[in-house]
Design a protein around this ligand. Structure first.
Ligand code: HDE
Length: 711
């Protein structure tokens, strides 16, 4: 047995999981100082900087085609790119572990969902959908949430999203919805945006997309972090237990940090200020030991109850309301290892919905059935027929079959036959007892026709359910998001008709949006709002069990003459709460505390200067006092903007001593009254303490935990 192929004894010795061991054979340490430069074929090279040429110290002559090393280097470079994913091109990945807390053996016999002693290695890739590989992370879009479980029975992929429903019911419509959302064909504009005519034209004409576009326009479309969004399998799968009974299932991942989003202005600015914000955030958290975690849950419906719902449970544009089908949390997903190399791991990873293990299977969900064809197919053009041999895609259990050859083949099979049956009885099919995949025997009959069941025709009930379930601020954000998008459409047919469509959801929503985008303001609901709500739709239903600031980024702004007691006190308090303090100052060279001699003192070296970073990149801002520091900051427009912008983005802001008045002045808006600054005071998310006492730091941390932006 090759090491890493379920070699548990060796795993115990090395402390590596099965996938780490498996990939160890493909890894090379580029930082090895003893290594020497060679060609791809191992011949040592003395010079990788100058092409072989006819040259002397006085004259540079022609280059020689004969230079194999030069040619190899350029050839390799010319072919470095592979086609980017047709959707979900921009992504970030990490390794981790899946642990099961409760066996689901009543509904499945899958080892990964029944054996609570296992720890299953996983690779997760998060992504945006529409943008190309170089687009920004924080655009308004759906996020991909794809999980590859390297189980003992083979690879299982949940290729999910952060939104539980989809735009279309039948896979046949996928090229249309994606063409409509991607840049328009005549000018390739806009990039990574749905704010254009074609997208909203399609949304109006294709009514089954209504529920999903409401999710995408809500705060779900601009998550604060990949670590703070839910994951959903979206499609309806099936589970089969040892008795051969079938259940329908939906998969859920719920983040332990809670579900949080940006405000739109922050997301827009970040797209330019730090387009890699989400991928950096993922790595920063893992590198700081704040491992992202999700509870893993299943919603299960027995086969006998398939027809008991007002919607079709195979329709991917519908959620299964939690009141009717509760989520049963049975496991935990943790990400704890960054990738070693982006291309070979995050780019070359290939997910397929068709990859399931015994005990898990597919329903007749027409979206899922189409996806099962599409993913394998797309990997052929991205990676070639032998993509399953790439280290990131290889399972950790043995692989043996008659599939052979093709471009880029690595596996070398020994033996004289490559077919079954063969005269040696070599490589026999497995029995059920040996763990073979058993297809669920289902009776199927019907007319062959292009049709969906009648229940698929209802497209608005759940769009209303979703909107009704949002909190007032989520509703307000959704209205502004729709108005932003439609404002970018210049064809009146598009924005006027879409405002009409909104009357099928909620008249007051339609009226707000129509007024902002310059469409006739509708006076009559397209259909009455049924007024029903459900839990699990608003992201306010997913606050962390305990408020936490773990892994949050907190900026401390200082200038020369800052108060060291307040500065050090708050920094320590932030660190001990598991958050990340960053010192920001007018320059990156050392800043000196009040009373510190600038010639002999060491000062504090800031992490960034005020122009190098923006408030958008931090969750909270603290300003310690110090008369000179504050007088410098008062004259610095950027410093004022930092505080004012953070306030505008509803972030927690803390200040002590002389900084109290500075922060109050920076945030003062007509009608906004801060409480008096005698004691520790909190008002509109701004915590101030004129006296520097330990309580003020504790209060700041507490306030940051409770701040609106973190909800
Ligand atoms: Fe995908 N989708 N999809 N999709 N999808 C792809 O596969 C497709 C759908 C999702 O990080 C592609 O490897 C069809 C729903 C994620 O590598 C492609 C249909 C959901 C990722 C493809 C759908 C998803 C993809 C492009 C309609 C949420 C990124 C590259 C029937 C449940 C995976 C690739 C990664 C990627 C096809 C609908 C999620 C072309 C035909 C619904 C997270 O095969």
């Amino acid at each position: 047995m090759a090491p890493g192929i379920l070699d548990k004894a060796q795993q115990a010795v090395t402390g590596q999981d099965a996938k780490q061991q498996d990939m160890a054979h493909n890894k090379k340490d580029y930082m090895d100082s003893k290594a020497r430069l060679t060609t791809d074929f191992g011949v040592k090279q003395s010079n990788t900087d100058d092409w072989l040429k006819v040259a002397s110290e006085d004259k540079t002559g022609p280059m020689l085609l004969e230079d194999g090393h030069g040619r190899e280097k350029i050839h390799r470079f010319d072919h470095e790119r592979i086609p980017e994913r047709v959707v979900h091109a921009r992504g970030a990945g990490a390794f981790g572990t899946f642990k099961l807390n409760e066996s689901a053996e009543d509904v499945t016999n899958a080892g990964v969902l029944t054996d609570t002693s296992r720890s299953t290695p996983v690779f997760v890739r998060f992504s945006t959908v529409l943008g190309s590989r170089g687009s920004a992370d924080t655009v308004r879009d759906v996020r991909g949430f794809a999980v590859k479980f390297y189980t003992e029975e083979g690879n299982w992929d949940i290729v999910g999203n952060d939104i539980p429903v989809f735009f279309i019911q039948d896979a046949m419509k996928f090229p249309d919805i994606i063409h409509a959302g991607k840049p328009e064909p005549h000018n390739e504009v806009p990039q990574a945006q749905t704010a254009h005519n074609n997208f909203w034209d399609f949304q109006y004409l294709h009514t089954e997309a209504t529920h999903m576009f409401m999710w995408a326009q809500s705060d779900r479309g601009i998550p604060r972090s990949y670590r703070m969004m839910q994951g959903f399998g979206v499609n309806t799968y099936q589970l089969v237990n040892a008795k051969g009974e079938r259940h329908f299932v939906k998969f859920h991942f719920t983040p332990t940090l809670g579900v949080h989003s940006f405000v739109w202005d922050e997301a827009l600015k970040l797209a330019g200020q730090d387009p890699d914000f989400h991928r950096k955030d993922l790595n920063e958290a893992i590198e700081n030991g704040a491992y992202p975690k999700w509870k893993f849950g299943i919603q299960v419906i027995p086969e006998s109850k398939e027809q008991d719902f007002e919607f079709d449970i195979l329709d991917a544009t519908k959620v299964w309301p939690e009141e009717e089908v509760p989520v049963r949390y049975i496991g935990e997903l943790e990400l704890n290892r960054p990738v070693d190399e982006y291309f070979t791991q995050t780019e070359q990873v290939a997910f397929c919905t068709s990859h399931v293990v015994p005990g898990i299977g597919f329903s007749d969900d027409p979206l899922l059935q189409g996806r099962n064809f599409s993913y394998f197919d797309t990997q052929l053009s991205r990676l070639g027929i032998n993509w399953q041999e790439l280290p990131i895609n290889r399972p950790v259990c043995p692989v043996m079959n008659q599939n052979r050859d093709g471009q880029g083949r690595h596996t070398i099979y020994k033996g004289t036959v490559n077919y079954w049956p063969n005269r040696f009885s070599a490589v026999q099919p497995a029995t059920k007892e040996e763990g073979a995949y058993v297809d669920y025997a289902e009776k199927v009959s019907g007319m062959k026709q292009r049709l969906r069941s009648k229940k698929f025709a209802e497209h608005f009930n759940q769009a209303q359910l979703f909107y009704n379930s949002l909190s007032p601020h989520e509703k307000a954000h959704t209205a502004s998001a729709l108005a932003f998008e439609l404002d970018h459409c210049d064809d009146p047919v598009v924005y006027e008709r879409l405002c009409e469509r909104l009357t099928d959801i909620d008249l007051s929503l339609a009226q707000q949006v129509a007024n902002l985008v310059g469409a006739p303001v509708p006076q009559k609901a397209g259909r009455p709002n049924h007024g029903k709500k459900a839990k699990g739709l608003s992201q306010m239903d997913f606050l962390p069990e305990e408020p936490t600031i773990v892994s949050r980024r907190i900026a401390i702004i200082i200038a020369d003459g800052y108060d060291p007691v307040a500065y050090n006190g708050v920094k320590t308090a932030i660190k001990s709460a598991g958050a990340l303090p960053f010192t920001i100052a007018p320059r990156r060279n050392p800043i000196f505390a009040a009373g510190e001699d600038q010639k002999t003192g060491k000062g504090v070296k800031p992490d960034h200067h005020l122009e190098g970073m923006r408030s958008t990149m931090f969750d909270s801002v603290f300003v310690p006092g110090g008369a000179d520091s504050i007088s410098t900051l008062r004259q610095n427009g950027r410093a004022l903007h930092w505080v004012r912008e953070a306030f505008g983005h509803l972030k927690a802001i803390g200040a002590t001593g002389e900084a109290v008045a500075f922060v109050q002045d920076a945030c003062a808006l007509p009608g906004v009254q801060f409480s008096s600054a005698g004691d520790v005071v909190d008002s509109y998310g701004v915590v101030t303490a004129s006296q520097v006492k330990p309580e003020s730091f504790k209060e700041t941390v507490k306030m940051v935990k409770g701040a609106k932006d973190f909800l």
